[in-house]
Write a protein that binds this ligand. Sequence first.
Ligand code: NAD
Ligand code: GLY
Length: 368
Amino acid sequence: MTAAPRIVEVGGGVPYRIAIGPGLLADGAALAGHVRGRHVLLVSDSTVAPLYVATVREALHAARPDLLVGTFVLPAGESSKTLANFGAAIEAMATLGATRDACIFALGGGVVGDLAGFAAACWMRGVDCVQLPTTLLSMVDSSVGGKTAVDIAQGKNLVGAFHPPRAVFADTSTLRTLPARELRAGLAEVIKYGALGDPGLFHWLEAERERLLAGDEAALAQAIASSCEHKAAIVERDPLERGERALLNLGHTFGHAIETEQGYGSPHNANLNHGEAVAVGMVLAARLSAGLGIAEAADADRLASLLGAYGLPTTLPSGLTPAALLARMRLDKKNLAGRLRLVLWRGIGRAEVVPDVDESAVLAVLSG
Ligand code: NAD
Ligand code: GLY
């Protein structure tokens, strides 16, 4: 018999549950329990769909034979998180004949989750979405909190909506097929939670590196639960990012600039993926903080060393120019009144939002 899943509750105005454990995609009764009407659109990508769509379809069908289940599959990779594919997902809802009680199931990583969530936010002004994350990154971060979006050429996640899911099912057995590089990308976001607010988690990550990188399921489940607890606590207090939620963006202003400037990652190019770009971004934010005199250089070195030990990049990839990256950073969603507003770092477990950061200091860090 499989053990009961771990549950993390997300409170606030729109409460929901995150279930974490193996085999959840086959639990048709639990999945179908969130479908109010008859229509389900299963959104996935070209790598995940052949692995897991049949399991979810069969589970739903067994629990609710009356459901009309459509499938919409994106090409795998960040370069699919586009307005055009968002439009195609909306067309798929229309073809299905989905009414306002329909439910979109997002089966995949953060790319699928963000695009499917945005389609759910917009179809008929908003239908239910259930997140079924299959990457570590989406289990620890993107499936929780209701941020949905697509990218445009000018920047990441610039078009989107806040639309909390009805439920999240993180089936940890899907991590068995996840490539090692994608596992490391997810661990970058786990390190982020330690770096921004939890020294105990940071130390645990220093100690448990071998088990986590080896894919030890108990260690990964612990990392997912800790991360979701951190994120849940913040998003239930600040769901729309009016304040402290911005701390979850440690490293992201630099990271998003890198992703946009590289032209977004895909399984077919060597560009950094999101977790890798965030890893570099966290080191740049820490080095900037040290340069501005609010953090110790030794702490920045310790963060870089932990990320490096997890096989993550810690310096800018070649071919990117500092001025171009700074220009990308000017279009970040945290900025106000045309001024750079960044998440900076006072040391392990202590991030803070700093308005009006001096651009010349940023340029100096980008120039190495
Ligand atoms: P992703 O969705 O591109 O998945 C990474 C790769 O892993 C893809 O090629 C995918 O096909 C493959 N894959 C997924 N699950 C698999 C499995 N179980 N087995 C084998 N292969 C599998 O990327 P990601 O890292 O999951 O998510 C990154 C995206 O998430 C970015 O667009 C980022 O902006 C977004 N994000 C959003 C939030 C949020 O709060 N909404 C937070 C963090 C990141
Ligand atoms: N990943 C940042 C946030 O959800 O706010």
